[in-house]
Design a protein around this ligand. Structure first.
Ligand code: PEP
Ligand code: MG
Length: 845
């Protein structure tokens, strides 16, 4: 029995910006009566005709006013600019393509002069019609205003199976809605792996489409090869028995970040605070005893060189029978999988174990395996075929512009070598080294790094790789000082040479003199002492050197983290990001589910420690799959934070009821995010009070100061609420007009910009006039360097990441309030974030 054929849906992008006009109303019977074909007309506001689909220019009129694009599906789309424009004989038209050209969706086809054409032609109305309408079973034209190349102007359904193309199988292709990628660094290895593994749950053939580019959605490497970026618009195309479900579910997965939470740092941003990822800190000393590279993992080590070289693995080219070679490959991959699983079990940090999950995914990569199986069928040995396959894929990635994706070539080589070694019968032994070793290698695989014996390896340097490589991430996780991209001269250092490795500066000093060694040991002692000081401070009440108390509390997501925060010395919770209860699911959490989590957090903290629960901060960069919000050009300026809650009072009220259930067991504070206007606070508070009824006194109400407007009216806002918490992450992006997730700008969006500091100062002033307290819960509160300034500006509470609790408390204990106030006054006189940082350098950790 054959499966019923599904229709194939093709969306044709608007070739021009403008207003959609029904074809029937066009003042030309040829079009109005659909003699040329059915379709749409656009009254244009732009002057460059863009291709509505990927295809070939199969006809370009000599007069340059019309052309036909034939899509991959065989659909013939005729585009005709204006009415009777053929009479202009080319005047005012400049074709940008030729017949036979292949064009991408959105590619400019014809530029025209609207003044010339408009003056001489009957009308500028531009038609897009399907010339071979027999393929089409349904036309769905868009209405209203459309943007060229962005909005679909016409969707057509083709009868399944009528069109036989390789992308459209017997059951028809289902195309998902367009998704805007929320991942700050696009679909790099880990989100790509999550997405590919989601795709593999389905039998259908699944492609990830971006414009005319397409990738096998089950192949991590193919996905990474698309080199997607934040904000790229993509679709899922599924062909097969479960295509409908696959396209919908996978599109949602993409919209939710493919396992990457909004605001999660991609690998690059996970660098240690002292190291600016990817920036070589080369000294200009010209000192021949100093070799420099990129800081990959901070810390200092004194030890002896051990050179490590990867063994070259030889394989025969010719295979035995293809069946035998296939079986060999299969068994080597199976064994490699077991090895990686075993290695993974030794890693305690789950985010680092994910790196090995990505390796497992690469092992199953269908493109890589297809390539290898193809070579085996051509008579090659399994080893030869596999090596060619993974090397080819690694070099494809190495050629990409995106450094993050380039670094993934190392992961492919790592997995590739593991299987190759098994095929060649070579044992890849764990790196054996004597005590106090500093390892030098051209390249260390992530697997080598993860299995280093930390008690013997004090640090390592590689001549390849950068701060974003998985090797560097693992080194940071294991706390091993490391340098990547070091001068090749390091490979010539004799085994046993005494060296000082400074992972923070990216420098390796050989033949250190007695003085160098003394200094290094002194620094190591100081670092150890600092760690101990922080551990001690963490256990005490936070206060400045002169006894002024500033609460140090934590930013958390759930009850587990509440327990970790208390153990780390946090005096409460200044920000419970409740949206983490809401994402990664198909329906909103019920009141009971939410109440259980809030109560568990309150219980973990006890009645004394404050608990600030932020109401749902969805929208903008934090989409929720079950709460479709309208598409927006500027989501950060749209329905976000409290605006979403006010727009969806049902969800808001449920959450408030759940929060209020935790009031009897905790020191409860409710906080509304992204407030810009007093009316929003009043509306939200009113709903809260309605839900609270006679329990209204059991909870304090506050707002986040994340929008400059809120800081500027802090005094007036302070009359309405009990407290403020400054979200410097958003306050900085809105003040500097720099997207906090922007791959290039995010680094410049520095909360130590004097403009942001002034707004913090104004907020404190406004709040204190009414006796209200102010916290800071954005990332800057966790930066020890910023702590004295925030104290000096009068901030009452610092809500920090759990690992920063000790260092922030220790920093507070080092300064008096007089020093802090003077420092705050000094930085407010400066003009740039760099100047502020320079002034605060002595306070850097
Ligand atoms: C902030 O904006 O600083 C903040 C703490 O909120 P989030 O990072 O969750 O947007
Ligand atoms: Mg925020």
């Amino acid at each position: 029995m054959t499966a019923p054929q599904r229709p194939v849906c093709i969306e044709l992008m608007a070739p021009l910006a403008g207003v959609m006009v029904p074809l029937e109303t066009v003042p030309d019977p040829v079009f109005a009566q659909k003699m040329v074909g059915d379709g749409v007309s656009i009254d244009p506001t732009s002057d460059e005709l863009l291709s509505p689909l990927h295809g070939k220019v199969t006809q370009l009129h000599r007069a340059g006013h019309a052309l036909t694009i034939t899509g991959d599906s065989g659909l013939e789309v005729l585009l005709h600019i204006g009415l009777d424009t053929v009479l202009l004989r080319g005047e005012g038209f400049a074709p940008l393509v030729s017949e036979g050209d292949t064009v991408a969706t959105g590619q400019p086809l014809i530029r025209f002069d609207p003044v010339v054409v408009g003056a001489k032609a009957v009308s500028l109305l531009t038609q897009m019609v399907i010339a071979n309408g027999e393929l089409v079973t349904r036309y769905v034209p868009a209405k209203g205003l459309v943007t060229a190349g962005k909005d679909a102007a016409l969707s057509v359904e083709l009868a399944g199976g009528v069109v036989e193309q390789e992308t459209i199988g017997a059951t028809g292709a289902i195309l998902s809605d367009e998704v805007t990628l929320p991942n700050p660094a696009g679909l790099h290895a880990r989100p790509a792996a999550v997405f590919a593994s989601g795709a593999k749950q389905y039998k259908s053939d699944i492609r990830l489409l971006r414009g005319s580019d397409s990738a096998n959605a089950k192949s991590v490497v193919s996905i990474m090869g698309l080199a997607t970026k934040l904000g790229d618009r993509v679709r899922v195309q599924a062909t097969g028995p479960d295509a409908g479900e696959a396209a919908g579910t996978l599109a949602r997965l993409l919209a939710e970040g493919s396992g990457e939470k909004p605001g999660d740092a991609p690998e690059a941003a996970a660098a240690a605070p002292v190291a600016e990822p990817g920036v070589a800190r080369r000294t200009a000393s010209g000192d021949i005893d100093e070799l420099t590279g990129v800081s990959a993992s901070p810390g200092l080590a004194v030890g002896h060189i051990v050179q490590f070289r990867q063994e070259v693995i030889d394989v025969r080219e010719a295979g035995e029978s293809p069946q035998r070679e296939r079986a060999r490959l299969e068994s080597a991959r199976h064994e490699a999988r077991q090895q990686i699983e075993a290695l993974k079990a030794t890693l305690t940090d789950p985010s680092k174990a994910q790196i090995l999950d990505a390796h497992l995914e690469l092992l199953e990569d269908p493109d890589l395996n297809d390539m290898a199986l193809g070579s085996i069928s051509d008579g090659k040995s399994a080893g030869f075929a596999w090596r060619n396959g993974f090397q080819k894929q690694a070099s494809t990635l190495e050629k990409l512009d995106n450094p993050l994706l380039r670094e993934r070539a190392g992961d492919i080589r790592d997995v590739g070598r593991r299987v190759l070694a098994l095929l060649a019968g070579v044992t890849q032994a764990q790196i054996e080294v004597p005590a106090d070793s500093i390892l030098i290698a051209e390249e260390l695989s992530p697997s080598d790094t993860a299995s280093l014996d930390r008690s013997k390896v004090l640090g390592f340097c590689t001549t390849t790789g950068g701060a974003t490589s998985h090797v560097a991430i693992l080194a940071r996780s294991l706390g091993i000082p490391a340098i990547c991209g070091i001068d090749e001269g390091a490979l010539q250092l004799a085994n046993g040479t005494l060296v000082v490795l400074d992972g923070s500066l990216g420098s390796l000093r050989r033949n250190p003199g007695a003085e160098d060694l003394e200094k290094a040991h002194e620094r190591i002692r100081r670092q150890t002492a600092k760690r101990e000081e922080q551990d001690l401070a963490a256990s005490k009440l936070a206060m400045t050197a002169d006894g002024h108390c500033i609460e140090v509390v934590a930013n958390i997501r759930n009850a587990q983290e509440a327990r970790e925060a208390v153990a780390a010395g946090a005096e409460g919770v200044g920000l419970l990001r409740s949206e983490f209860l809401f994402d990664d699911r198909d329906t909103a959490p019920s009141e009971d589910e939410q109440a259980a989590e809030y109560c568990a957090v309150a219980e973990a903290l006890g009645r004394e420690r404050p608990l600030v629960i932020r109401t749902l901060d969805a929208g903008g960069d934090k989409p929720l799959s079950y709460m479709p919000l309208p598409k927006e050009d500027n989501p950060f300026l749209g329905l976000r934070g409290v605006r979403v809650s006010l727009d969806r009072p049902d969800i808001f009220r449920t959450q408030l009821r759940a929060i209020l259930r935790a009031a009897p067991i905790g020191n409860l504070h409710v906080m509304f995010p992204m407030v810009a206007a007093i009316e929003e606070v009043r509306a939200a508070r009113k709903i809260l009070l309605e839900e609270a009824g006679d329990r209204a006194d059991s909870v304090k109400v506050g707002v986040m100061i994340e929008v400059p407007a809120a800081a500027l009216i802090a005094e007036q806002l302070a009359r309405e609420v009990d407290f403020f918490s400054i979200g410097t992450n958003d306050l900085t992006q809105y003040t500097l007009a720099m997207d906090r997730g922007h791959p290039k700008l995010a680094k410049k969006a520095d909360a130590l910009h004097p403009a942001v500091l002034r707004l913090i100062g104004m907020t404190v002033e406004g709040a204190h006039m009414h006796g209200k307290w102010v916290g800071v819960c954005g990332g800057i509160a966790s930066d020890a360097m910023a702590v004295p300034v925030l104290a000096g500006l009068g901030v009452d509470e610092l809500s920090v990441s759990i690992p920063a609790v000790g260092s922030v408390k220790a920093q507070l204990a080092r300064v008096t309030m007089d020093e802090a106030r003077k420092l705050a006054a000094d930085v407010l006189r400066l003009g740039t974030a760099a100047e502020v940082r320079a002034l605060l350098a002595p306070y850097a950790e």
